[in-house]
Ligand binder design. Sequence first.
Ligand code: ATP
Ligand code: MG
Length: 385
Amino acid sequence: MILPPATLGMLGGGQLGRFFVAAAHEMGYRVWVLDPDPHSPAALLADRHLRAAYDDHAALDQLAQACAAISTEFENVPAGTLDYLAKFVVVHPSAAAVSVCQNRIAEKDFLRDNRLPHARCATVLDEQQLRQASDELFPGILKVARFGYDGKGQAVVADRPQAIAAFQHFKGESCVLEQQLRLDSEVSVVLARDQAGAVRCFPVAENSHRRGILDVSLVPARTTAALHARAAGLATTIAERLAYIGTLAVEFFVVDGELLINEMAPRPHNSGHYTLDACITSQFEQQVRALCGLPLGDPRAHSAAAMVNLLGDLWYANGVAGQHYREPDWSSLYACPGLKLHLYGKHHARPGRKMGHFTVLAGDLESARDIALAARAAIGISDAP
Ligand code: ATP
Ligand code: MG
């Protein structure tokens, strides 16, 4: 076991890293953050900020020397970086697990090889593969294999000619083409797995998106208990097959009452932010515990929860980029007793950028949802969730 006051390392300095730092500090650890961004929100809290690229070996050496264990909050950390650090220090999750989750082609291959349910899809490395792709895949969604997030690097394509045009627009980058599904809903499972293989799943979240970005998460998801159990089972199988250690998120589509795995994130997840306020142990404390070899905490929720994301649009008058920039008036949120507001301390708001979130806690989901949606409207998010 790595015990406090040991120093832990975090690769990536966004809001997920910031919550990791806060959880680790609360437990008595010190944390160094490596992130090239001088305004990294996690680095603002960290004991030390190494402002360097993820492949800067001098900085990695410094990190490895200072830290007893290192984790990541960012799936695009080069797998080579994790492998390099693992020669000197404990690193979780492993490069092998992260490299499956950071490339949609590797991810789909993993799902197929393990006979895990997912949407029909095809690998697209060149135009020829698009010309040969099955007709069943249209209408579809063409997704770049790497570096996509929040719906970026995706195009809905009605037919083959549109898919070829989109592939050219992505400059021939490797892609996957997925059948476009009619979704009943979307759910996710965040879990933690420790070195001995013990797994603790958080309650299932039901997620809705706005313009490709997570908007609202409701917990517990309004699906059957059987579906909850099946989602937790599939997420556990994925963690086991990846020999995963740490906090892992699995996103699912619900189609005709059945679960299809959308994607995995080798880190805490936006849809698990509710665990900060609604669960006995948060997804970030669980990440620290798994990394340090401590027993996992109790993931149970003590309240129903509704989480709402706060995007940079709110910083602009009428939500329009280029218009007057000002801090939103948070007073309506502070006035709401069961509401917990989290702001990430980001340097500058851009439309679509995740700047904060709030979670409403209540005895039942319907009340939490009603209060959260009223608060969401009061702060100025006008379109329906
Ligand atoms: P994030 O970073 O928010 O997880 P992402 O950029 O990694 O997003 P996906 O999770 O693949 O992208 O897709 C984003 C959203 O687009 C999904 O949550 C879903 O709402 C919609 N979507 C993606 N693929 C499909 C599909 N095959 N059929 C229908 N809807 C889809
Ligand atoms: Mg996603």
